[in-house]
Write a protein that binds this ligand. Sequence first.
Ligand code: ADP
Ligand code: MG
Length: 687
Amino acid sequence: MYLRGIGPKRAELLDKQLGIRSYRDLLFHFPTRYVDRSSIYRIADFSGDMPMVQVRGRFVTMTEQGEGAKVRLVGLFSDGSQTMEVVWFRRIKQIREAYHTNTDYVLFGKPEVFNGRWSMVHPEVDTPQSLMAAQGLRGVYPLSERLTAQGIGTRQIFGWVQGILAATPTIKETLPQHIVSRLGLVGLRDALMDIHNPPSNERLQAARLRLKFEELFYLQLDILRYSRRRNESVGGFRFTRVGDYFNRFYFEQLPFPLTGAQKRVIKEIRADMGSGRQMNRLLQGDVGSGKTLVALLTMLIALDNGYQACLMAPTEILATQHYYTIRELVAPLGVNVRLLTGSTRKKERDVTHAQLLDGSLHILVGTHAVIEDDVKFRNLGFVVIDEQHRFGVAQRARLWNKSGALPHVLVMTATPIPRTLAMTVYGDLSVSVIDELPPGRKPVTTLLRYEDNRQQIYRAVGRELKAGRQVYVVYPLISENEKLDLQCLEEGYELIRETFPSYEASYVHGRMKPAAKDYQMRRFASGEARILVATTVIEVGVNVPNASVMIIENAERFGLSQLHQLRGRVGRGAAQSYCILMSKRKIAADTRKRLEVMTSTTDGFVIAEADMKMRGPGDIEGTMQSGIAFDLKIADLARDGQIVELARREAEALLDADPMMSMPENAVALRELSVQTSRTVDWSRIS
Ligand code: ADP
Ligand code: MG
C-alpha cells in the first residue's frame, strides 16, 4: 500500500484477487503472454476467439447510455476499416475527461461480439506517442475481472513493477553464484527486468529459463533433502535370502515364463530389499503387463526372510480377485493367505487379527481395511500397493505404524506418470518399469462409433459371443438422470438381455452390496455369464483373459486415463480384442481429439503424455490424489521436462558436495529454501 498509485484499497484488492502482498509478490507476478507492440490489428480483420489485440484509431462519438446503476459510457471507435463499440461501466467521469474524440489512440483489449457488432470492454488506452517510446514485447498480466473494473490493468501492474525495479538498483541474487556462473544463467535482477519488459525475444527466453530453473531447483532441493534425511535416519529390513518359498514357486508353480521386463524388475526390487535401506519403489507397467506376478514373487522373498507381506488394493472387487489369484498360486507351497475388506465378517476378522499377531498368517490381501488401527502385524516387512493413484498420501502414511518399523513399499500403477512429473512428485522414489507385454498379445483395436452404428456393432458382438468370447459393456451412469442425456446401466442391461437372449449377463455397479458384487463378478470370471454390464467400478485390475470386446457408452464423458484403464480389461488373452467407443456425433473439438488419441495408440505412456498436455499436470495430480499442491508460477511440468532434469542434477550435485548446506557459497540456497518452499507436505512420507 506504500507503493505509489496503490494505497490501502487497491492493496487489499491485489491481496484478495491475486495474493499479492509484498514487493516481491508483485515482482514475481509474471506476464503470461506477450504482444508485439508494433503489431496493430484492423477491426475488419477481427475474428472470434481472438486474444488481446491492439487497434489504432479515433473515437467518433462518446455517449453515456442507460440509467442509474446501469449507466455506461460507450465510445464509437473507428480505425478506418470498420467501427466498434468501446464500453466502460466504471470510472465514467474520469474516462470522459481523459479521452477525447478526434484524437489518435491505441487500444489494447479483447475483441468481443455484442449485439451483433464488435466491442471492447474496459480496454487499455494509450496515445501513439507513449507507445512509440516503448519498443519490443509487451507483457500481458493475469488479472481478474474485478481488478479490470477497478482500473487495474496490465499497464498499472507494469508501472508498479517498473517503480519497484527503479527503486531497487540491487536485488540480492537468490541462486548460489557458482550455479549461476557455471550454467550461464541470467542474474536475478536482470531476469526480472527482462521478463516484465523484454527488449528482445532472446532476452525474454533467457529470463524465463533462469526463473523456471530457480523454481524447479528449489523444489528438487527440498524433495531431495527430505528423502536423504529419511534414508539416513531410518534403516530398512535387510532381506538377504532367496529361499524355499520363492524358489519352489519359481521352479514348480510358475504358470508361464516371466517376461524379460518382469525378471529385470524383480532383480531391481531384490537389490533394494537387500540394501539395508527402506525401499520406496514405484512399479509402472501398462495394463496387462503382469504386475501381480511381480508382486507375488517379491512377497515370497519377504516370506523367505521370515517377514509378513501385505497387498493393498483400492476396491473390494480388485482385492477379492487378487486374493483368489494368489491363494490358488501359492496354496501348494503352504503359504497362508487371507482377505480383509470392509465387509469381512467379525468372526473371520478375529481369526485374521489373531493370525497376524502370532505370525501364522503370511500374506494379507485387502482394501484400505488393512490400515485400520486394530490391524496389527507380528512382523510386517513388505507392503505392495496396487493401483496407487487411488490411495491418498494420508492413507499410505498409516502403514508406518503397523509394526513399529517401516516396511519396504512397492507401489504399482498402470497410470503411467510422465517422467518429469514422477521426478517432481516423488523425488527419490525409485522407479521400475515393465515395458514389455507377455508374448502373444495383440494390441486392442479401438474404434469410434455412433448411435447409428449400434446394430452393426451388436452383430459383431454376437459373432464374438458365438466364438466363445466374453464382452464388457460400460456405462457412465447407473440409473437414468433427467438432467443428463446419457446411456445408463439399468436400461442398458435390459437392452443387452433383449439383444442377446441366449447368453447370460451379469452386472456390477458401485451401489451394490459387496457380496452381490462378488457374486456377479465371479459369474463373469468363471465364464458362466458371458456379458458384464458395468459402471467404471471395473476400471482397475479386473482380469478375465477370455473377454475380447469392450463397449464404452458415452465415451465422450470419460477422461483419457480412465478410458485407457477401462480398455486394459480386454486384450489380456491371445484373441484379437476390440474396444468400441460409443459417442455422440456432436462433440467438442478437444473431446474428439481425446477419443482420437485412444483410437490411434494403445501405448499408456503416449496416452499419459497426451493427457498431461491436454489437461495440464494439475489434473493428473488430482487423479493421483497425491494431495500435493504445486504452486509453480512459471515452470510448466508438462513442457519444461529438460529444465526439471537440469534442476534435479544441480540439486543432487549440491547435496553431494555439501550435504548439510553449510558451505558459505550455499548459504543463499539454505535461506531461499525456507522462503520458497513453505509447502506443508512431508515429502518423506509420500510412498
Ligand atoms: P496388470 O499389470 O495389469 O496388473 P496382471 O498382473 O493382471 O496385469 O496380468 C495380466 C495377465 O497376464 C494375467 O492374466 C496374468 O496371468 C498374465 N501374465 C502375467 N505375466 C505373464 C507372463 N510372463 N506370460 C504370460 N502371461 C502373463
Ligand atoms: Mg493389476
